[in-house]
Write a protein that binds this ligand. Structure first.
Ligand SMILES: Cc1cc2nc3c(=O)[nH]c(=O)nc-3n(C[C@H](O)[C@H](O)[C@H](O)COP(=O)(O)OP(=O)(O)OC[C@H]3O[C@@H](n4cnc5c(N)ncnc54)[C@H](O)[C@@H]3O)c2cc1C
Length: 322
């Protein structure tokens, strides 16, 4: 099965989670091509080859500087025809899912959206995706010949850069009129490290309940020292201790940092679904029987209101952060 992977760009730079879609495709097939659409995206195209795509199709044009759905859909359909494949994989970002849904609609195909896992069975893609607000995880497959799927960010390992080189095939921009005009692009400037990009995450759960404000203040201080993002369990979000954008888990974000520090989180299966692929898991919980300890590499049985500040002081000393 030949798979075409859409490598998303933003302002000439790659959207890094695209490499995870490429990594997943390479784990499913020996025959993986990539598509890069944008302006001044030559480096991204070369990197797609270095990361394992055997052919990279590139549409590099000033008209593609901003993501314009009508144009990118037309380019993607042209690239599928050029590559001679019916299988398209993108990462489930805002743009990735718009693109995959629009291509699927145009080609009258099924769309496996927001997959946490993908496998191939008899040349057909089978996705595992959450349904009904995450209450069930379903195996889904498209009944159509055309196979289109998106993968949730951080659900797979990024394709490694091995320095390989690919055939780079330049495609002319598809000659279509767009029905939209991009007037302005505004990037959110939160000053916070994004959860899905963070190498280290410090998360808080209902264990902060006796003083949520202080609990999350201590968690943020530790996160600041470590250059980490702040995460949370759904119980902490539902209780209003912290905003939803911090939620990790089946109905929150899937993360895969180098280190995940869970403070006062019991380790419910829906939370583990979002963080159990972290490289190192540190759990702080006053209940030595808490299920989080079964996935933790390091466990500290204690009160987070004492342990977190002590860890912060120790890291500050170690990292010379005064
Ligand atoms: C459809 C569905 C989707 C869901 N999606 C998600 C999701 O995306 N993410 C998610 O997180 N959950 C999700 N949940 C909820 C999940 O089932 C759990 O209810 C939730 O994860 C529990 O959060 P918690 O661990 O913070 O709270 P609890 O389970 O209440 O655990 C709190 C922990 O803190 C410990 N503790 C208490 N005080 C302290 C202290 N002072 N110091 C140290 N430890 C202390 C306790 O021993 C306990 O282990 C979902 C549930 C459903 C049904």
């Amino acid at each position: 099965m030949k798979i075409l992977v859409f490598i998303e760009t933003d302002n000439g730079d790659v959207v890094a989670s695209s490499w995870e879609a490429l990594g997943k495709a390479l784990s499913l097939s020996d025959d993986v091509a990539a598509l890069v659409v944008g302006h001044n995206v030559g480096d991204v195209a070369s990197e797609a080859g270095a990361r394992g795509a055997s052919v990279v199709y590139v549409v590099d044009d000033a008209s593609r500087a901003e993501f314009d759905l009508d144009l990118v859909v037309a380019d993607t359909k042209a690239a599928l025809a050029e590559a001679g494949t019916n299988a398209l994989l993108a990462v489930h970002t805002g743009n990735g899912r718009d693109l995959a849904a629009a291509v699927a609609a145009d080609l009258n195909a099924g769309f496996l959206a927001d997959c946490l896992e993908l496998r191939q069975e008899d040349g057909v893609l089978v996705g595992v995706r959450p349904l009904y607000s995450g209450n069930i995880l379903a195996d889904v497959r498209a009944a159509s010949d055309v196979q289109i799927a998106t993968l949730r960010p951080r659900s797979a390992e990024a394709a490694a850069n091995t320095g390989a080189s690919a055939d780079i095939v330049t495609l002319q921009p598809a000659a279509v009129d767009s029905r939209m005009q991009v007037l302005e692009v505004k990037h959110a400037e939160t000053g916070e490290i994004s959860l899905t990009d963070a190498n280290v995450i410090v998360s808080g759960g209902r264990g902060v309940a006796k003083d949520p404000e202080l609990g999350f203040k201590l968690i943020r201080e530790l996160a600041d020292t470590l250059g980490a993002a702040v995460g949370a369990s759904r119980a902490a979000v539902d209780a209003g201790f912290i905003e939803y954008k911090h939620q990790v888990g089946q109905t929150g974000k899937v993360v895969r940092p180098d280190m995940y520090i869970a403070c006062g989180i019991s380790g419910a299966v829906q939370h583990l679904a979002g963080m159990s692929s972290s490289k190192i898991i540190v759990a702080i919980n006053k209940d030595s029987e808490a299920p989080i300890f079964s996935v933790a590499n390091y466990g500290i049985v204690g009160d987070l209101f004492e342990v977190v500040p002590a860890m912060n002081e120790a890291f500050k000393a170690k990292l010379n952060k005064g």
